[in-house]
Design a protein around this ligand. Sequence first.
Ligand SMILES: NC(=O)c1ccc[n+]([C@@H]2O[C@H](COP(=O)([O-])OP(=O)(O)OC[C@H]3O[C@@H](n4cnc5c(N)ncnc54)[C@H](OP(=O)(O)O)[C@@H]3O)[C@@H](O)[C@H]2O)c1
Length: 235
Amino acid sequence: MQILIVGGSGGIGFAMVHEVLNAFPTAEVHATYHRHRPIFQNRRLQWHALDVTKEPEIEALSERFIEVDWLVNCVGMLHTSVKGPEKNLAATDSEFFLANLSVNTLPTLMLAKYFTPKLKRAEAPKLATISAKVGSIEDNRLGGWYSYRASKAALNMLLKTIAIEWQRTLKHGTVVALHPGTTDTALSQPFQANVPEGKLFEPTRVARDLVELLKTMTPKQSGGFLAYDGQELPW
Ligand SMILES: NC(=O)c1ccc[n+]([C@@H]2O[C@H](COP(=O)([O-])OP(=O)(O)OC[C@H]3O[C@@H](n4cnc5c(N)ncnc54)[C@H](OP(=O)(O)O)[C@@H]3O)[C@@H](O)[C@H]2O)c1
């Protein structure tokens, strides 16, 4: 079994790398990092450098594989070192909006483009991206966070559309948008003060939940938007 964790150096991604190594004792695990290669090593783990905003890098990575069983994209951004998610319209700017799209949205389309032929060769292929409940249009009651919300809503549309194409061309495959719950990582760190008691999850717990969920998913559930506990979320 070949598993590729994109964004394996992030809070959730790194925990996913550990979890799949444990859950699948014979699997070959590949993981990508962006700025810093993690020091963690395992004889079944291979690290690859990848900037997901660069299509040629995604294409080059795909050429290193013959077959992939699971591809899980754990890359994402909510804030940069100089700018956080917008509280109101006055805080929006086109550069930050486009940065959100280029990190949170477009990479899944490009990963699907180059890896679908590799996933097609697997027995039960799974393509998953970590989305976010705040990308749900129906669930949006608080407003704000324009760029992040829009990038995740667009990501969800891409995953749904990929799932529809796979129903014709890759019937044995499963595509899913996953919500991890609020997780204690660098991404959520500036916003953890208001998280209710018991609702801030450790990355290891989230990774366990998400891998368990992915294991049980079948093509019948393809095209869904699911939370870590299996709950179906509104688009
Ligand atoms: N944490 C939460 O509460 C929460 C809640 C809902 C959804 N999510 C989603 O869960 C996913 C994982 O987030 P996290 O909490 O684990 O955040 P994180 O710890 O900040 O990890 C994000 C990862 O994305 C990578 N990344 C950013 N830009 C990249 C690029 N251009 N190319 C390649 N990698 C890039 C980062 O690498 P570098 O640091 O090297 O750039 C980092 O490894 C995200 O999609 C996020 O939106 C998280």
